[in-house]
Ligand binder design. Structure first.
Ligand code: ADP
Length: 619
């Protein structure tokens, strides 16, 4: 292998953000330094899974008969550590493109935020960043990676880095397939360099590694597929550790589902609901959610078609005997076996959520607060299960405390005569802004409960449900309200008619119509949607999505029992040309727009208000 030596060492620079990350790892991640071992073993295990899969379709690879193992050795005298696997190995491109970069582009931003908010960065989190390998630099100053890719004819390379600015690649004379990583522990971590210590660390999760794992000459794991065990034989601890192993999460899961299905289709599954949703920046790494096995042989860790999108937050393993082993990913994706598994899994997951909703409210709400936004999109996407999903939806309402959730079912149970057999909702950004919306006045006065929808996902789901239990679901802005009280204090018919005419004259094209309000109690005016329109919040959401989107014109409702409206009607009777009359109408309209967050010229609004105040205060 002399000729390999002829290649001079090539030097590469880490990208700027990689450098920052490395700095951070070296200097601020001192909790749990032993995490480096979990990350290395997990990378080796991935590499072994990949080569096992590769062999299914291409038996002619380097060392095709080699045993699939992970071997670790340490030397207490020199503080040296080596881990070697017979996995798929890395090409030169892998070494520069995967080992030298951050997989998730949002990683740095996330870390920066964590630092700013002074939250402690736990080394446990590093797996989430897709940079687990670099946790090594917590415990060492220099790493050597020697690797040969499994394809016949692939060259072997040596990658060396001190984890600062650069890494070096040179051809290597490694003949066997796979990857060998070696380094010397830093002085302060040299106690890791003992078989006992390494075995102790591996204890926690080594049992989930699918391949024999050796420390020195001793095999330290049992290689059991956890999901093949009987439910009663699995401890809570094992489940939690297994979850962390496959999910990269550092927290325990909220709950799990263990299935052994036999019949039309046969599979075993072990699925987990995480406790918290990963920050948005890790959406990409979330793709690795379901690990698919075929008769205990790993096929892929990002099986897509096993769960509908709205249940994508689940993590876990599905193992089936019904898929042929040597099939391409595409064939797997479209196999009817997958569709059958998906349908069963969906039903079972909904069953689990129903059980929580029924028996463990707190657990269900934790789930809902974290994954509700995604989950509720199932209303539109999964027609077959729509009713079950609708039953699982939760909301805040005018009758719940902030943060307290209720269901359609409980809403209906509380419904009274005044509801007129309808379920009402209002949507907006926050509970506080909704609670002060004048359109709620009628509902409050008549003790009618209104759903307060503040999750943007609600806007795209709730209006599409149309009906629950035979009760129409309507926006309060569109609700037609019948008021039958003979309010003595109202303007009479002719005054009402002329003040409405006057409003129309002043506002002209600005509004679709001006009408007498049935819903207002305390406020003078409010805007509502016309028959064909969307409610105000929904329109705003549409505009966010589509800049060209033009909302429909609104209807202005005026409260003919309100003191101000009555004053204006009197003024109108006296002098139609009055300046303050015209200004007041304009101001009322702009104020209604302001409440909806629509005001176009806030400066005009304030200017007019200042003038009013000046007039009101002058003697
Ligand atoms: P992640 O494992 O989350 O992708 P890492 O930083 O741990 O992030 O590893 C980066 C990449 O380096 C891996 O995705 C893989 O392509 C490659 N890699 C790391 N260790 C090995 C190994 N032992 N064998 C083959 N490839 C490896």
């Amino acid at each position: 292998m002399e000729q390999n030596k002829s290649m001079a060492a090539e030097k590469f620079e880490f990208k700027a953000e990689m450098k920052q990350l490395l700095q951070l790892i070296i200097h601020s991640l001192y909790t749990n330094p032993e995490i480096f071992l979990r990350e290395l073993v997990s990378n080796s295990s991935d590499a072994l899974n990949k080569v096992r899969f590769m062999k299914l379709t291409n038996p002619d690879i380097v060392d095709s008969d080699a045993e699939l193992t992970i071997r670790i050795s340490v030397n207490p005298d020199t503080s040296e550590f080596t881990i070697e696997d017979s996995g798929i190995g890395m090409t030169k491109e892998d070494l520069t493109g995967r080992l030298g970069t951050i997989a998730s582009s949002g990683t740095m931003e996330f870390i920066r935020q964590m630092k700013e908010s002074k939250q402690s960065l736990d080394a446990n989190m590093i797996g989430q960043f897709g940079v687990g390998f670099y946790s090594l630099f917590m415990v060492t100053d220099e790493v050597t990676v020697e690797t040969r890719f499994a394809e016949q004819g692939a060259k072997a390379y040596k990658w060396i880095s001190e984890g600062h600015d650069t890494f070096e690649i040179v051809e290597s004379d490694k003949e066997s397939r796979g990857t060998k990583i070696s380094f010397k522990f830093k002085e302060e971590y040299k106690d890791f360099a003992s078989d006992y210590r390494i075995k102790d660390i591996l204890q926690k999760y080594s049992n989930f590694v699918d391949f024999p794992l050796y420390v020195g000459e001793e095999k330290v794991n049992k290689v059991t597929a956890l999901w093949h065990k009987r439910k009663d034989d699995i401890s809570e601890d094992e489940l939690n550790e297994f979850y962390k192993f496959i999910s990269n999460d550092y927290q325990e899961p909220l709950g799990n589902l263990h299935l052994n299905i036999e019949g039309n289709v046969n599979f075993k599954a072990l699925l987990f609901v995480p406790k918290v949703a990963p920050p948005d920046v890790f959406r990409a790494s979330q793709d690795k959610s379901i690990h698919l096995y075929s008769s205990k042989v790993f096929i892929q860790d990002d099986a897509k078609n096993l769960l509908p999108d709205y249940l994508e937050f689940l993590k876990g393993v599905v193992d089936t005997e019904d898929l042929p082993l040597n099939v391409s990913r595409e064939v797997t994706q479209n196999s009817p076996v997958m569709a059958k598994i998906k349908s069963i899994l969906t039903g079972k997951v909904l069953g689990l959520l129903e059980e929580w909703a029924d028996k463990d409210k707190e657990k269900y709400e934790t789930f809902y607060n974290n994954f509700g936004s995604l989950f509720k999109t199932g209303v539109n996407a999964d027609f077959a299960n729509k009713d079950r999903i609708v039953e699982l939806l939760r909301f805040e309402t005018t009758k719940t405390e902030a943060g307290e959730l209720t269901s359609f079912n409980s809403y209906v149970a509380r419904m009274g005569e005044a509801n007129d057999n309808k379920i009402y909702y209002i949507s907006g950004n926050t509970r506080e802004s909704l609670e002060t919306n004048p359109n709620l006045e009628y509902f409050r006065k008549n003790d009618i409960e209104v759903l307060l929808l503040t999750d943007p996902a609600d806007i795209f789901t709730i209006p599409y449900i149309n009906e629950y239990d035979g009760k129409q679901i309507v926006s309060i802005e569109k609700a037609e309200i019948k008021r039958d009280d003979n309010d003595e204090s109202k303007l009479d018919e002719s005054q009402t008619k002329s003040i409405i005419e006057y409003f129309k004259e002043v506002l002209g094209d600005e509004v679709e119509d001006v009408v007498e309000s049935q819903r207002l109690v305390d406020s003078a005016v409010t805007l509502v949607v016309g028959k064909a329109g969307m409610d105000a919040h929904m329109e705003k959401m549409m505009q966010l999505l589509d800049k060209q989107f033009k909302g429909s014109k609104r209807i202005l409702e005026i409260n003919t029992s309100h003191g101000l409206i009555k004053n204006l009607a009197t003024l109108l009777g006296e002098n139609k040309e009055s300046e303050i009359l015209r200004e007041s109408v304009e101001q009322l309209y702009q104020g209604a727009l302001l409440i909806e967050g629509y005001i176009q010229k806030p400066s005009d609004f304030v200017k007019r208000m200042t003038e009013f105040m000046e007039k009101a205060t002058s003697k």
